[in-house]
Design a protein around this ligand. Sequence first.
Ligand code: FAD
Ligand code: NAP
Length: 542
Amino acid sequence: MNPSESEFDVVVVGAGFSGMYLLHKLRQLGLSTRVIEAGDDVGGTWYWNRYPGARCDVPSMEYSFSFSPELQQEWRWTEVMAAQPEILDYANHIADRFTLRRDIEFATRVESAHYDESEQRWRIKTDTARTYTARFCVMATGCLSVPNTPTIEGAENFSGDVFHTGNWPAQGVDFSKRRVGIIGTGSSAIQAIPVIAEQAQHLTVLQRTPNYTMPAHNRPLSEEFRQQAIENYDEIREQQRQSMTGIVGYGFGFGGADNVEPTEAILETTAAQRAALVEQEGFVAIRRFADVALDTAANELACDMYRQQIKRVVKDPRTAEGLMPKGYPMGCKRPVIDTHYYEAFNRDNVDLVDLRRGGIETITATGVQTVQGHFEFDTLVYATGFDAMTGALQKIDIRGRKGEALRDHWEAGPRSYLGLQVTGFPNLFTVTGPGSPSVLSNMLVSIEQHVDWIADCLTHMRDRQLATIEPTLAAEEAWVGHVNEVAQGTMFTAPSCNSWYLGANIPGKPRIFMPYVGGVGEYRKKCDQVVANDYEGFVLSA
Ligand code: FAD
Ligand code: NAP
């Protein structure tokens, strides 16, 4: 073997939660495994996204691993929804506890992965000029790991500091005495804005599309509550696995005030009743209505209630008007939850530039030129999101049988069987890939399910001395068809919806709804059924 080449049973790309759990699991199976990670340490999302205000929006008791009873008994979350530093601590704790780092190659980016048909091996090359060969290659490269910086004319001329929320400096950023501009009002910006507003001399929010966001009602986690959750963990985890989104809302207390079951019909209410509900409950009043997710007219009534509440919270009428989402349904984009987002616009040092009144023209040496005028900044923050779901996979030159490029196979949008494998790419797996519930779910539940499925598959192959697995074209086509079919008629695919789920945030990206909307529980059943039917839809060869 070439001295710069290293041979493993499995090469895993990425050391976020997916790559970490894979390593632990594959080691337990006795498979030699190498993880390759571009960052300097573990944590993935929580390693890169260190912007002020970053935190998860799923209760941490649920956004955590269940695979080790000891781990889940010993770890202490301090808040219902933990902040980024605490989640990164958790990732580091896992790396220490299971001595993961010794099998991870950090500060190394995988540039290509080519399948050698004659040797039945993947050959994986890195930017450090190393080559690894492995029977199996697992892409744990993340769905939101390639930051999107839009091309704006003149961007290179800006003389101040520039940051992207998805690649935030580990040492933090001092905003004091700074005039800060932030581009974007997605989840990242909505978390960052209230915190930057407290630190900066002045903050200008450049907003192209206002979002629908709900108050997080985050709070410290009491020891008593934690203890109660731990005692019920078996039941909570089972409920998560069978649920639609991998979340049962345990962090909010069973049946607590925040846990409103959507059973009512907004179409059966009067304007006066809706106004009274807004008055009494604010944004969360909408949660009680089941038809909002299903019916466009119902959805528009909910949007109207939402806009009424913005008017109640934001004091300046022009700013309130500017923050109101219009022209697309609630629930089409990834849900956002916030802590004092709208209240931040009541501060004297925060201004909104509603780009619907005139967009960005250029970036200058001193700020941003819009149709509405020039805005001067010392610091510019891009909170402009990610090339989601396919970005990290397509950055790697992945080639399967006969040298076919994944980029070509996916030219019209991602195609896979179960979001786990792609036809023509034997022994290549994706964790939470397009075509699986993935980003529509509590990702740790989906990551565990995929890693367990892959590990069971490799065990099955070893026990039967099978060399390769890949889906049939028919199975891939049928699954892609099913994924598209179940997404039709939902708010996610409404013609007026432009979300990163649809690839609409990246110019030229095919408009395809990428994740599987069928739900975590149903999807798990489907994956288990495929195995029970002797890996139906896959070809396994000796
Ligand atoms: P990642 O954490 O993205 O890890 C992938 C790793 O692969 C990265 O470290 C990256 O550097 C590495 N990598 C990629 N390409 C290469 C390459 N070519 N070579 C080497 N290394 C490579 N999900 C939830 O369920 N709940 C939440 O509240 C939530 N909050 C989020 C908040 C933010 C700010 C973001 C961006 C995402 C959030 N997510 C949330 C989604 C989150 O990505 C997942 O929950 C989870 O952390 C994904 O883990 P992962 O290991 O699959 O991917
Ligand atoms: P995002 O939701 O894609 O938002 C990007 C924002 O940038 C949008 O407001 C977008 O406007 C704007 N934008 C992009 N290009 C622009 C341009 N050229 N000019 C002006 N505005 C532009 O990205 P994100 O906020 O980073 O969130 C991505 C995902 O990460 C989330 O949906 C979520 O899954 C995850 N996340 C979760 C949390 C959490 O609460 N746990 C926090 C952060 C992120 P348009 O809408 O007009 O395109």
